[in-house]
Design a protein around this ligand. Structure first.
Ligand SMILES: [Zn+2]
Length: 259
């Protein structure tokens, strides 16, 4: 089975993303050229000193279109506050979106590449991460066509202790939560999967195939991270609203912790 819902026009979406980002005062960079398409990323320094730093990544898998669209919605509606230092990768895998495929155009799942990158996309991404100052929070936006509602991966950290239920609560106002005991073959509770870092190198699915947040954590580049998963059997509007609610709730929690 595969995702059979609505898809996006890649060039039009990239054009809107770049336009919205530059109108909102972001500096727009090219990460790398992927099969003829520029993969963009955006940064904007906060207006205040000692502001928290947030990393936001979308569009890693080409069959998860609500992910880049939520970033587009946040940018176009000016919902990303000036009190944060932002780094945004709005669509890491445009070539995958062109063929509505999880993997890139060469059939590689980019999110299993972070321990030993082979693709130029992930190599370039790793280089930017390594050269950047650490972030307080990494928010990583995905979709899941098998889930019955919204859920998140909570990599437990001191900074974000206790935040996940509050994020889920914010999302539940706009989208049902997946309340299964087991999601994606991992145990879950109240829409929250909390993988144990100790298991990373013994879990067969992940061994040697680190996804992005594990790499960032191992490199000491983040103090906390969430991976958000919207249910792609739901309608586009609900999925986008759900991601936006999760992202904005996380930003509020981080800003609150700094006060
Ligand atoms: Zn994904």
């Amino acid at each position: 089975m595969a995702y059979t819902g609505e898809t996006i026009d890649v060039d039009a979406t990239l054009q809107r993303l770049n336009k919205a980002a530059s109108e909102r005062g972001f500096d727009c960079f090219s990460l790398v050229e992927q099969d003829g398409t520029v993969v963009p990323y955006f940064t904007r320094a906060a207006k205040t000193e000692s502001a928290p730093r947030i990393y936001l990544l979308a569009g890693m898998h080409g069959d998860e279109p609500a992910s880049p669209l939520s970033v587009l919605d946040l940018l176009e509606n000016d919902l990303l506050g000036m009190g944060v230092d932002w780094t945004i990768f709005p669509m890491l895998n445009p070539a995958g979106f062109r063929i509505n495929q999880r993997e890139n155009h060469q059939g590689v799942d980019l999110n299993r590449e972070y321990k030993a990158p082979t693709t130029k996309e992930v190599k370039a991404h790793v280089e930017v991460i390594e050269q950047s100052e650490p972030w307080d929070l990494a928010l990583i936006i995905h979709e899941d066509w098998e889930s019955e509602g919204y859920y998140l991966y909570d990599l437990p950290t001191e900074l974000t202790d206790g935040w996940a239920p509050r994020i889920i609560e914010a999302v539940s106002r706009v989208c049902p939560i997946d309340l299964s005991d087991s999601i994606d073959e991992m145990s879950a509770k109240g829409g929250i999967i909390a993988p144990r870092l100790e298991d990373i190198d013994t879990e067969p699915k992940l061994m040697g195939h680190w996804p992005e947040p594990i790499f960032m954590h191992a490199e000491g580049k983040i103090r906390g991270t969430y991976t958000f998963e919207s249910p792609s059997s739901f309608d586009f509007t609900t999925r986008i609203q759900a991601h936006n609610a999760a992202i904005l709730a996380s930003v509020e929690l981080l800003l609150g912790s700094k006060r």
